[in-house]
Design a protein around this ligand. Structure first.
Ligand code: NAI
Length: 301
């Protein structure tokens, strides 16, 4: 399978450093024209500067690639519309969006201000919503598009001190779960990446010996895979330090206890109904609902 992106145009948000920069260099190395968006603020989202994005553009053009810088804020509809206009006037098309921009405002839930909660949701969740809405009309018209949401193990599994970030990151999986259904008829595929990499986001969270393995570059092949012509739809790929895996929301087959079930029965049968050996996943919520109705029907007296 070829992952040559020649002739394609990729927008990567938050690509002025860290993972976004690595993704941008990887796309450019395989022929894509790249739009480097970055607000250029601090890790907590304060401040702004175009220089981080411009620096990455220079790295790409120095290597013979094509790239432009954009200093837009992913939380601004106007900025994201301008990003799309800038992309189309510079390169004439737009094939890929990697929603990567993000900030951190860690604190335990009881100490976290609502402002810190909202700000993190705003950048990760609404930033991805707004950037995605801006690119979709072009992708729908050309009947081709690849979109990646950047989720996190903090969302999939939890992380002490990251209730705001974890909530935002799992919300992106929920967003992808529905977009994969609504836009598949336009050959637009929406997937999620859960990366682990040493960046300014993790530099005080993980010990230095761990950080040496966790290069951002080791994550980017997963993004290229999710943006290829034969990309999957609605998958979550986890990636870090050279390991790649698939994450999936699954549920146990369950046990029919009937309409008069009691909590005592659930407690007594927990090991059986919670057994994940025969767990299944569902392409959409209604298929899961159907399981309940089928069980009830089949067990009708
Ligand atoms: P980073 O801090 O180096 O990169 C994030 C970039 O987003 C920064 O360059 C920042 O200026 C930009 N940004 C922030 N707010 C923005 C806004 N409103 N508009 C435009 N750009 C904005 O951090 P890193 O680690 O490279 O993170 C990239 C993505 O990967 C984030 O979504 C993060 O949550 C996610 N992630 C990272 C993990 C890691 O281990 N580094 C783990 C799981 C997820």
């Amino acid at each position: 399978m070829s992952f040559d992106f020649t002739g394609q145009v990729a927008i990567i948000t938050g690509a002025g450093g860290g993972l976004g920069r690595a993704h941008a260099l990887a796309f450019a190395a395989r022929g894509a024209k790249v739009v480097i968006n970055d607000l250029g603020g601090a890790r907590d989202g304060d401040g702004a500067s175009l220089s981080a994005a411009e620096q990455v553009v220079k790295e790409i053009t120095d290597r013979g690639g094509e790239a432009i810088a954009n200093g837009g804020n992913v939380t601004s509809e106007d900025d994201m519309q301008a990003l799309v206009s800038q992309t189309l006037s510079a390169f004439g098309r737009l094939d890929i969006l990697v929603n990567n921009a993000g900030i951190l405002r860690d604190k335990t839930f009881s100490k976290m201000s609502l402002d810190d909660f909202r700000k993190v949701l705003e950048v990760h969740l609404m930033g991805s919503v707004i950037a995605t809405r801006a690119v979709l009309p072009t992708m729908q018209k050309q009947e081709y598009g690849r979109i990646v949401m950047t989720t996190s193990s903090s969302g999939l599994y939890g992380n002490f001190g990251q209730s705001n970030y974890g909530a935002a990151k799992l919300a992106l999986v929920g967003l992808a779960n529905t977009l994969k259904l609504e836009f598949s008829k336009f050959n637009i595929r929406v997937n999620a990446l859960a990366p682990v990499a040493a960046t300014r986001m993790t530099d005080d969270i993980m010990p230095p010996q761990m950080l040496d393995f966790l290069t951002p570059e080791s994550v980017s092949p997963a993004v290229l895979y999710l943006c290829g012509a034969a990309a999957p739809n609605g998958e979550i790929i986890t990636a870090g330090a050279g390991t790649f895996a698939r994450a999936k929301i699954m549920e146990s087959k369950g046990l029919y206890l009937g309409p008069d079930a009691t909590p005592e029965q659930i407690a007594a049968q927990w090991d059986v109904l919670a057994d994940l050996k025969t767990a299944e996943s569902f392409d959409q919520g209604s298929n899961q609902s159907q399981k309940f109705v089928v069980n009830a029907f089949e067990n009708k007296p």
